[in-house]
Design a protein around this ligand. Structure first.
Ligand SMILES: [Zn+2]
Length: 278
């Protein structure tokens, strides 16, 4: 009966593969959520139902954007949901171009989307304005709630009529709770400093996975991010982001990992271009 040891081996291999993936956070109801890190705060998320969600796509200008995404926005595939947390260039990046390319709406802070439209950067029917506390359903089975982020939002834009740079107020920065078809929830924190309501947001929305900025200078650094994780948020898993992109985000992954030592929270470090599943 040769098939029995073979079966045993297959099962062991399958279990081993699952353990190696380190993805214990798979939500009930089946299906996997796949995240591709495109550098800084930019992720492409593939939902269990196959929807492509793109957030903060700083691609053509991003110093760490992996090939082929730096030069080819269509490499993202057909984008179903497009989210931007605030107007800083390393977040809004190529979002207006992606909205037009895919004929979809850019979802972002209400007072950021308005100047995008009034300045002619984004066609009016390609923008969706919402705000903190609001929930949208940008694709069947996908739910996004805007939550607080302690940060700012300024739109810097070169006016083609004058060829001069202009600064425009662009609302308030936000974070997003992104819920998949199977209930799996990701909290993309956007850019943020520490604030005590991180505890409330975590208790109320119960995110399975938190994407946390650790680079410092503009956001929490490694020590603050570790405090937030251990004391306020206490998630199952975290992916560090918003570091390793320029000298103004000096916080390192090693510093964050050191500050998280001994914690039961699973830190999932990524390199730009890498994909992980949950
Ligand atoms: Zn910012």
């Amino acid at each position: 009966m040769k098939f029995i040891p073979l079966l045993k081996f297959s099962l062991a291999a399958a279990v081993g593969a699952l353990l190696a993936l380190g993805s214990p956070a798979q939500a009930e109801g089946g299906g996997k959520t796949e995240l591709l890190w495109l550098g800084q705060a930019s992720f492409r998320i593939k939902s269990p139902g196959g929807k492509i969600i793109v957030i903060d796509p700083w691609l053509s200008g991003g110093p760490k954007t992996p090939a082929p995404y730096k030069t080819d926005l269509s490499a993202l595939g057909k984008v179903d949901v497009l989210l931007v947390t605030h107007a800083h260039v390393d977040h809004i990046g190529d979002a207006p171009a992606i909205a037009k390319l895919n004929d979809i709406k850019l979802y972002g802070p209400a007072d950021m989307v308005t100047p995008l439209i009034t300045l002619g950067i984004l066609p009016a029917d390609h923008g969706h304005r919402f705000n903190k506390g609001g929930t949208v359903k940008p694709a069947p089975g996908i739910k996004v709630t805007a939550v607080r982020a302690d940060h700012s939002s300024l739109l810097v834009w070169k006016n083609p009529a004058t060829d001069k740079m202009e600064s425009h107020p662009a609302g308030e920065a936000m974070g997003y709770i992104i819920e998949m078809e199977n209930g799996f929830k990701i909290w993309h924190m956007g850019d943020t400093g520490l604030f005590s309501d991180m505890k409330f947001i975590s208790e109320y929305y119960k995110p399975d996975l938190v994407l946390v900025p650790i680079g410092g200078n503009f956001t929490m650094g490694p020590e603050d991010a570790a405090y937030a994780a251990r004391t306020l948020i206490k998630p199952k898993s975290m992916i560090p982001m918003h570091y390793n992109s320029n000298p103004l985000t000096p916080g390192t992954l090693a510093e964050f990992q050191t500050a998280m030592k001994g914690s039961s929270i699973k830190v999932v470090p990524m390199t730009e271009g890498q994909t992980v599943s949950f």
